[in-house]
Design a protein around this ligand. Sequence first.
Ligand SMILES: O=P(O)(O)OC[C@@]1(O)O[C@H](CO)[C@@H](O)[C@@H]1O
Length: 395
Amino acid sequence: MTRGVGPGGDPLESPSRGFAPPSGEPEPLGNGPGDYGRRVLRERTPTLITEVRDRHPYGPEQRRALDALLEEIASGTMRPLGEGAPDRARWDHWGAAYFGRPWADVPFLWWESYFYRRLLEAVGFFTPGPWFWVDPFEYWKSAELRDATVAVPAAGERQALLPASLWGNQADLGFLFGAAGGPDASGGLVADDGALVWSALDAGGPNHVGVVADNAGRELLADLLLIDHLLRTGLAATVTLHLKPHPYYVSDATTADLVACLRRLAAADGEAAAVERRLSEAIGTGRLRLRAHAFSCAPWSYHHMPADLAEEFGDLTLTIMKGDLNYRRLVGDRAWPPTTPFAEVTAYFPGPVAALRTLKSDVVTGLDAATLSSLEASGGDWRTGGAHGLIQVRR
Ligand SMILES: O=P(O)(O)OC[C@@]1(O)O[C@H](CO)[C@@H](O)[C@@H]1O
């Protein structure tokens, strides 16, 4: 394992440094025929731009910028952030190999992350003025949270907590903008290391657990119930919850979304309100620590994480990565043979790590051969449809 530490300046690691991926790794996933990235680029992304434009009373400046972004993605070449963007230098550095090229030539993981940054630029999110820090996805996030039901499992029923947190990941609002609609039914777990997750925590202590959150709303509610359980039972001495520093991938959870979830819990009956009180108190005392690291919205896999984040993860008993994008960033967004061991592709990660994810993109690792052949035989869209889930762990 090699780890490079950036020599000062921008605290985010240079993409050319970091942890080495396993040698002989497959190519990064792109946007060619048959690639999921192509569908996202051609269908989901234009729909999302149009929906954001139509749902807000933006002025001519924002509307023009959104239309220009639509056109650039469809037929132009990728341009850098505008002058004056607070993170322009960082993105210039990161995007040096991609700017000036058609979007379809850029790896899927990279362009999609940059797309969300450009959408925020177009709506003036970082520009002091009337739309400063107005979340363009709040409309969908608050509707989803309103509809969410809060079901607190009875004390002692911890078995339900991991599956609830996992299947909460189906509530990815990016699906609203896909041609095929959202995931319908559960296809079951294609890998289930749930018992190993609990045994990693039961082994002793004191445990310090990281939860790298994904979506707001019902997924974050389920995550909060899991976190409350860990803290209430003493299974975790501390929990660090990683949120996004700004809106991302439509429904990714920011601190504002966490606050909305806590209020939703407080307004619910019975035990849910008690969960909110305990969590708010834990935030107040530092047992539940909130993080919104800039790398959480970076277009790179965790192989490129900066030294401070690597050190933090290295100190934890277990880091729980939530959702599809975190999975892609954890194992590397590459065409791994699906039977490649999860432990092998995550060996670089600086501490024990678990993934709770519904399958919503081409990447998967750690399947056994029998599971893989029955999935292949099913003929369904099992890699990307969101109807299958996995719990994997590397201790
Ligand atoms: O991380 P999440 O919320 O589980 O999923 C994010 C996601 O919907 O966004 C991408 C397409 O837009 C896919 O990689 C993935 O399916």
